[in-house]
Design a protein around this ligand. Structure first.
Ligand code: CP3
Length: 353
């Protein structure tokens, strides 16, 4: 039995005594404890070393007091396992030496089924086992994967992109090729998430980071069907699924039509409006601008209060940032955020207001 299951309850829209919070990219360079480990090993090695994964995953639980842990890894790990060599550099982020831009490139990809997923990424099951042991039921563990469109963006662009000109070129000039690639990626993502669910994670998040850069009609054609394929293909075993995109405002209703348990919001949408637009059947996660954490706690408090008020007292809100925490965030401010969310949302304080 979990000692603190407020996050899972909020995902299921059940009553909670306080609004649970976790932070996207909560394990990372803004923490000196993370940097101390990262100094000794490169990022990919870290992701593939279960005892380091467990150690880093636990850091924000111990240091910040968040209500959920998220397995330390990266959305590009299964892409590498499909046969695409990836490197991570401090300045440029991830890069692929050979982006996929043709049928022959796509044919060389290894479309991992469940057992191949296990075989190529044995560290996943092992890391989840170690994390669950270290967590000792304190808080739930979230697993994750990149959504097919976002993974295709990296595979086709070869790096983080500004204009997405390669994937969009392919989208408008060779749509059957892109559909075929997205379908293959969706198969891999489904097996990869199933492996995490079977290994014991309590919830999963699909990161569709770049889907908000599509027009709503293109989202409907190139992103949504493959999110849907993943969701329909999973044996969830009671695990809530969170669907996050950056730039949700223009695609919110479409995202909702995939019926995730939770929709993750970036900060550019008013959470009260989002609640009205999607109704009460789905939980919402978010959505503080990560840059608010540059400010001192009294300012953070003001912005947290606004978000809690805008969502309202109804069930189904998980507090988070609208995107990942930035590397130059003061850790004290992240700690203060967790305390503020807990304090302001607890019945006692709301009752006093
Ligand atoms: O939330 C967590 O704490 C779990 C860890 C996690 C990482 N990446 C660790 C990481 C998660 C959930 C991700 C997901 C991820 N990775 C996404 C989707 C979420 C998002 O931010 O939109 C994307 C697009 C990636 C791809 C990726 N990985 C980029 C663009 C970068 C470089 C940016 C950067 O911050 O350097 C990475 C590297 C990466 N992934 C780091 C971490 C902690 C930094 C690596 C380092 O230590 O040098």
């Amino acid at each position: 039995m979990l000692k603190n299951d407020s996050f899972l309850k909020a995902c299921r829209k059940e009553h909670v005594d306080f609004t649970p919070i976790w932070i996207m990219r909560q394990a990372g360079r803004y923490m000196k404890e993370y940097r101390a480990i990262r100094e000794k090993v490169d990022f990919l090695t870290m992701c593939k070393t279960p005892d380091l994964v467990a150690e880093v995953t636990l850091q924000p639980v111990d240091i910040l007091g968040v209500d959920a842990a998220i397995m330390f890894s990266d959305i590009l790990i299964p892409v590498e396992a499909m046969g695409m060599k990836v490197t991570f550099t401090e300045k440029k982020g991830p890069a692929f030496a050979n982006p996929v831009r043709s049928e022959s490139g796509a044919e060389q990809l290894d479309i991992l089924d469940y057992s191949k997923s296990e075989e190529k990424m044995p560290f996943i099951r092992e890391a989840i086992k170690l994390i669950l042991q270290s967590l000792d039921n304190r808080v739930p563990l979230i697993g994750f994967a990149g959504a097919p469109f976002t993974l295709a963006t990296y595979m086709i662009e070869g790096e983080t992109s500004r204009n997405f000109s390669w994937i969009k070129r392919v989208m408008y000039t060779q749509p059957p090729f892109l559909h075929n690639l997205l379908d293959k990626i969706a198969t891999v993502v489904t097996h990869y998430l199933q492996l995490q669910i079977d290994s014991g994670v309590h919830a999963v998040q699909l990161f569709d980071t770049w889907a908000g850069y599509l027009s709503p009609d293109d989202y409907k054609e190139f992103a949504l069907p493959y999110v849907q394929k993943v969701l329909n293909g999973l044996n969830k075993k009671g695990c809530p699924v969170i669907l996050f995109a950056n730039g949700v405002s223009s695609i919110l209703e479409h995202m909702s039509s995939a019926s995730p348990d939770v929709i993750g919001l970036d900060w550019r949408v008013d959470i009260g409006d989002a609640r009205k637009r999607v109704g009460d059947n789905v939980a919402l996660q978010g959505n503080l601008d990560p840059c608010v954490l540059y400010a001192e706690p009294p300012v953070i408090k003001k912005y947290v209060k606004d978000i809690l008020r805008k969502h309202g007292p109804g069930p189904g809100h998980i507090f988070n940032l609208g995107h990942g925490i930035l590397p130059d965030t003061p850790v004290e401010h992240a700690k203060a955020l967790v305390e503020i969310v807990h304090e302001l949302s607890s019945k006692h304080v709301i009752g006093d207001e």
